[in-house]
Design a binder for this molecule. Structure first.
Ligand code: MN3
Length: 379
């Protein structure tokens, strides 16, 4: 199998290459946002036909540095789209961070490529367009997000759609579980980056602390599994051993378990429906002794509430919530706003968006930009 990886130097991308090693796959294309040093190392090891750097200012340097290889070089959104539709690729793993992944995802579907999707913002902002492109082109969309992979794995127990009663997304609760608004006023970036279970990139780790990540995942699940928001519940499960559950009409609940390691969902998205040995450690439940479960706190974690409301309001509201969050998350990491500002900004930007449906990618990009501008003008 030939795989093309968008976002190969990030947390998911590097773990995906570890899976590529394990499965002995060929790599058709690799793309990075800015990190051309790691991209160069990857090019030398995996010998892809195409290497893309999204940041156009790094193009010449990358081209010079790998001039002795047979790898072509490209850049920018055009380059990402080339990698997403590369002729030899059988599967496109999209692990870029943020809305920037939307156009490449649609491009991959239109090029009749199967997609392994780790880029949740794509579905949150442009869910209807992505799902239409997937359906119209008859391609497969495999979830990589651990919760959605868990649901997908459980669904193999009974793929009949009407038998599915409810999805139960598990959430670790992040570093601020159990805290109330008063206790979150002065939390620092370092505290927010200190995730209890998962080792992830900075953006998603902050999203976990604000619970925006779980809000985005509710929206992601509603698109992937065609379920209304009121049939998607969240339960805080501190140990991150159960990656999510589904309940069938007969009230039988299925769960998928494993130690928190993204290489399992990445590998399953690549090898589905087959399973192979993986480098991940086996789960030993007696190491944990106890697994705990709690109700999520929608009062304290405003981002979670905003995402639920965004689904209820519909249309482009989710795109607005996501766009506002991408900017607010970054501003918090740059210490320009406080932690609680993130939730306020996401909620306000989402409420300002009308619920018109997205007809085109431009509609999504416009709603996204409006929300980003709103945040920048209100800090
Ligand atoms: Mn997840």
């Amino acid at each position: 199998m030939n795989i093309s990886i968008l976002g190969s130097t990030g947390s998911i991308g590097t773990q995906a290459l570890n899976v590529v090693d394990n499965l002995n796959l060929n790599v058709s294309a690799l793309s990075a946002n800015t990190n051309i040093k790691i991209l160069e190392e990857q090019v030398r090891k995996y010998k892809p036909a195409l290497a893309v750097v999204f940041d156009k200012s790094k193009y010449s340097e990358l081209k010079r540095n790998i001039a002795d290889t047979n790898t072509e070089v490209s850049c920018g959104m055009e380059g990402l789209k080339e990698a997403a539709s590369y002729k030899d690729a059988d599967l496109i793993l999209n692990s870029v961070v943020g809305m920037v992944g939307l156009e490449p995802t649609i491009c991959a579907a239109n090029a009749k490529k199967d997609i392994a999707l780790a880029n949740k913002e794509t579905l949150v902002a442009g869910g209807s367009l992505v799902m239409d492109a997937v359906k119209n082109n008859g391609v497969n969309l495999y979830p990589v997000d651990s919760e959605h992979s868990a649901i997908f794995q459980c669904l193999q127990g009974c793929p009949e759609k009407k038998a599915l009663k409810r999805i139960i997304l598990t959430a670790s609760g992040g570093p601020f579980f159990g805290k109330k608004i008063d206790e979150l006023k002065d939390v620092t970036v370092e505290q927010a980056l200190n995730h209890p279970n998962w080792d992830m990139g900075a953006k998603i780790t902050i999203d976990s602390a604000s619970m925006m990540n779980k809000g985005l995942e509710i929206i992601e699940a509603s698109w992937l599994f065609d379920m209304p928001a009121d049939k998607i519940d969240v339960v805080v499960h501190r140990e991150s051993v159960i990656h999510s559950m589904i309940e069938y009409e007969d009230n039988s609940t299925l769960a998928q378990l494993g130690i928190p390691d993204m290489r399992i969902p990445i590998q399953y998205a690549i090898t589905y429906p087959k399973r192979y040995k993986s480098p991940v450690k086996s789960l030993n439940l007696t190491d944990y002794r106890t697994l705990t479960f709690f109700e999520p706190d929608y009062e304290t974690f405003k981002c979670l509430r905003a995402c639920k409301q965004a689904i209820d309001r519909g249309g482009l509201c989710a795109a607005a919530a996501n766009g506002a969050n991408e900017v607010a998350n970054k501003l918090f990491r740059e210490r320009k706003i406080s932690f609680l500002d993130i939730g306020d900004l996401v909620m306000d930007a989402m409420l300002r968006q009308d619920n018109a449906e997205a007809e085109t990618v431009d509609d999504v990009l416009e709603a996204d930009k409006k929300a980003r501008d709103f945040v920048l003008n209100n800090i």
